[in-house]
Design a protein around this ligand. Structure first.
Ligand code: SF4
Length: 284
């Protein structure tokens, strides 16, 4: 999430999401759009969908308790090896070695060699001699690496391992990111009296499970509407995962056309429907 937005924004949004959905029980009698509505602003909406589907399985199959076996965790939507091992180590303090980017970097630098995940897990098992706390071990390895053995400028002078580390005092230059390819996209706020036009199965499909505002990518739909009196009302830049957009927003009053592809939503209902932050930014 932090790739898309700031720590502060994630912190605030996450707090408010956890207020709405504090435990597995709170998902009962709620549907996916309730979860998406509360998640709005955190991005990565597929994760909200996976969370919703996982909680449904946990409530039905595991009586509302998070399973603590890796084979069970791996059957939950969106949970792969890394997440399952993190849950085991951090939530259950069970023997498990999640390998994240920080742990991989630390071990690679210490040994001066690249290993696969299985080999890294073996090394971690050897390092954790006292076998006391898998939770503390995992969290301390992650934190040590992210705060001392940093990606670009490791703090070797203050590092406990500097005397035998295979990469101590080496220079790690930041890899220059290539210039993002900025795509242009126009969205249309089409209004009839107090209703707004949304499109189903749009060609701009970054947000599954959400209603979409029509865009210039919906060329067949847009070409059938009289947009002679449209006005440009906004222009801004927006990122979705690794995609950068230059967004233009046009407004037009149109006749209430009937079309299987569209839904009219009254403005009084807008605050209640789940909308990703891009569409909120366009509409507000
Ligand atoms: S000595 Fe430097 S490169 Fe080696 S583990 Fe410590 S911080 Fe990382």
């Amino acid at each position: 999430m932090l790739q898309q937005t700031t720590v502060k924004t994630v912190e605030n949004k996450l707090k408010s999401f956890l207020k709405d959905f504090p435990d597995f029980n709170s998902y009962k009698n709620k549907n996916l759009s309730d979860v998406l509505n509360s998640w709005s602003g955190l991005g990565y909406y597929k994760r909200a969908e996976n969370l919703f589907n996982s909680v449904e399985i946990i409530n039905k199959k595991y009586n509302g308790k998070l399973p603590s076996e890796i084979s069970q965790l791996l059957t939950l939507p969106g949970i792969g090896n890394y997440t399952a091992n993190s849950v085991l180590a951090i939530a259950f303090n069970k023997k498990a070695f999640p390998i994240d980017v920080n742990i991989r970097r630390l071990l690679t630098r210490l040994t001066g060699r690249a290993f696969n995940d299985k080999e890294l897990a073996k090394i971690l098992e050897l390092i954790l001699k006292n076998k006391k706390s898998y939770r503390n071990f995992t969290e301390s390895m992650m934190d040590f690496s992210s705060s001392i053995c940093k990606k670009n400028s490791p703090l070797c002078e203050s590092c406990t391992f500097k005397l035998f580390c295979g990469s101590a005092f080496q220079e790690f230059k930041a890899i220059r990111k290539s210039k993002p390819n900025i795509k242009k996209i126009d969205f249309f706020i089409l209004k009839n009296k107090t209703s707004f036009c949304f499109i189903q199965k749009p060609n701009f499909q970054f947000y599954q499970n959400f209603l979409h505002l029509p865009s210039n990518l919906d060329s067949i739909f847009i070409s059938g509407i009289n947009l002679k009196k449209k006005t440009k009302i906004k222009k801004f830049k927006y990122s979705i995962t690794n995609n950068r957009y230059e967004v233009q927003v046009f407004f037009a009053e149109i006749k209430k056309i009937k079309n299987k592809k569209i839904i009219w939503i009254d403005e009084s209902k807008l605050p209640k429907i789940a909308l990703p932050s891009l569409f909120k930014k366009i509409l507000i």
